[in-house]
Every structure is written in C-alpha cells, then in structure tokens.
Design a protein around this ligand. Sequence first.
Ligand code: NAD
Ligand code: MG
Length: 402
Amino acid sequence: MRKLTILGATGSIGTSTLKVVAENPEQFEITALAAGSNVKHMVQLCLTWRPKYAAMFDLKAANELRAELRNLNLNTEVLAGVEGMCQLASLDEVDSVMAAIVGAAGLLPTMAAVKAGKRVLLANKEALVMSGQLFIDAVQKYGAELLPVDSEHNAIFQCLPESVQTTLGHCQLESHGIDKILLTGSGGPFRYTDVNELQTVTPKQAIAHPNWSMGPKISVDSATMMNKGLEYIEAKWLFNCNKEQLQVIVHPQSVIHSMVQYKDGSVLAQMGEPDMCTPIALTMSYPERISAGVSHLDFTKVGELSFIQPDFQRYPCLKLAIEACYLGQHATTSLNAANEIAVDAFLNKGLNFTDIAVVNELVLKKASSGLSQLDEHCLESLVEVDRMARLQAEEIVRARLS
Ligand code: NAD
Ligand code: MG
C-alpha cells in the first residue's frame, strides 16, 4: 500500500490523481490533501477520502474547513498556510507526493517533499522552472525520486532506457545513443486563427483547449505556447539536454505525447488518449503499470498525424522562454513570475491576450540586465527574484490597462 499526499488536490491534476487512486484502491491510500482556498471542494474530498490530514493555503479557508469537518464528525486534522502544506509534503508515513499546486506557490511545498526524500510526482513545472539546478541538486542530495507527470516529459521518460529514468537531471543522453528529444505540443486553440485577430480573443476562447481539459492558467499558457516554453525549460533540467538535443514540434492531434530520437535513426514515441490519468498512473506505479481507467487509442479513428514547425510570430512566448532558458536562472525565474501576473491579468482584469507576451518580454529584458547578481543555489534569492519580477510585471500591466 503506497501512501500519498496530494498538493493541489482540488485542481484538474488533483482530480485525475484521485481517479487513478479510485481505480486502484488496494494499492494506494490518501494520507493528506492540500489546496488553495476552495473549502466546499475540500470538504467533499475529505468526506470521500477520509484523509488523516488536510491543509488550505488560505488561513480563513483552513478555519472554515476545520469547523465544517467538526460538524461532520470527521477527525481529519486541518493545517494551514505554506507551512502546513510543507508539513504534509514531508510526513514520515507518506511515500509519494503529487506536486500539483499551480504556479510558483508550489515551489516551497514541492521542495519540502524533495528534502524529505519522497517520490515526487512532478506536475508543478513552474517549481522546476524557477529553481532549476537547485531543485535537481536537492533531488540528488536528499535521495528523492523524481517522476515527471507532465504528459510530454512522462512520454519522453517512457521512451528512455532505465539507466536514464533513474538518473533524471544528471543523465548523459549522448552516452545512451540519444540524439534528440522531440517535444510535441498541439499549438492550442489559436493554431489556425488569423494572427491579427489574436489581440481580441477572450479568456473563454483561450481556455477552450481543443484536446486537453486542464486548469485555467495552463490552458492560457497552452494558447500562448508559453506552456511549451516552460516545458522546454523543464525538459532541459529533467533530461540534462543542450540546445542541439531539444526541439519543439507542433503536432495538432495530441496523439503522440513526445518522442526520443536515437543515433541509429530510431525514433521512439509514446502515444495515448489525451488524458492525464495515464501519465499520473505511471508515476504512481513505476516501474510497474496499473490501470488508469483510460480507454485505449483506436488507431482506425486516429486518422492523420501531422507535424509542423512552431511559428514564433504566432507564439512569441515560446521564443521568449527558449531564449530565457539559455540566459540562465535569473531569466527563467523572472519570466515565469511575469507570465503568472500577465495570465492572471488576462483572465481577470481585461489585459489583451497579445499583451501577455508584451509583459513577459519587458520583464525578461529587465531580468537580463541583472543576471550576474543571482545566487542560483539559494532558494531565498530565487524567491526574491520571483517577487521582484512580479512587481515589475504588475507595473507594466497597470500601465497597459490605464
Ligand atoms: P488547477 O488550477 O486546476 O488546480 C490548481 C490547484 O492548486 C488547486 O487545487 C488549487 O487549490 C491549488 N492552489 C492554487 N494556489 C495555491 C496556493 N497558493 N497554495 C496551495 N494550493 C494552491 O491547475 P492544474 O491544471 O491541475 O495544474 C496544476 C499544475 O500541474 C500546474 O503547475 C500545471 O502546469 C501542471 N500540469 C497540469 C496539467 C493538466 O492537464 N491540468 C498537465 C501538465 C501539467
Ligand atoms: Mg504538458
């Protein structure tokens, strides 16, 4: 029986994780659940899963949850804030931690799981993007086991030999006969939209992903392809690859979830329905396989598989992220923070869709001038870079909205 903490339990990945647990009740047990502020959803989860612990980031929400659970005679212990989440990520009795908080808010709890030497099921790509080397070094130092949940990285992981799978972050692709990682992406809902019309697209249109059902932030990131940019940086850290070893390809059907090209000309691809339960199940059961409750691909219905070069005119955020990747940690931490502010402003404050890239570019430019000041091995410094970039992005957003 493997015992799990789920960080981000009320979200899209949290929900899929619980589906996989429900599919395999004899193999997994929910010890702890954590989320941001949705008390109603958390009460439901506590009723269904009877976890020993629950945590809410929001203090008021934690108090409400405590009161509600008491009324229901549930003896789940309720914790609060970042500290509470970090505690649940490092419980002695827990084996695996699903890191599925969205955005930079996930960094500290995810790092807590790493430092406790857990099996870390990493969905929260922003945590790795904003801390890179520090994160990878901590995985090694504390003997944590890192398994990528992101469907592309999970696909790549599946196409790699075991000796690479077990040395993520430090693997040498070349010495295993690997030439290149081919990171695929659907191109999002606007892949065929006239570029001149992108300025006026609405949040509702941006969130309507053609192939995947996901939380709002990552859905907007998919529409700008910033998601692929963050995944590019994520891949660089996970698979220790250089510029020549990593390529983004647009594959509109999302049947292939990414590929690995070997030097003998072989290309291995992982395919499946676009359902996160498949990669989540693999991270939970690795090296074994369990049922994920996902139907099999029907190849007679798949039809055509097509592949195109990404168009940086249409997806300027993808270009920015790739540039940031080679500028260094200061740049990727800043870009990630700017993007969170810009996406939030697009979703909630009326910022234009195309202004997301404008905000990101301006913050990245500022960040590039401060490259030498950062100690990238210091978590506090990274958090400070994140904070500064947010302030800059907020200022730019205010100016564009006024
Ligand atoms: P979501 O918006 O559906 O859920 C986010 C979760 O994080 C919720 O449970 C929310 O309560 C929690 N949360 C938000 N702010 C918090 C805070 N300050 N403290 C604690 N918890 C907080 O998002 P999602 O789509 O499930 O994505 C989660 C992560 O997984 C993201 O990093 C995303 O990039 C990654 N991911 C998602 C998918 C997908 O298919 N949804 C695929 C690959 C990677
Ligand atoms: Mg992905």
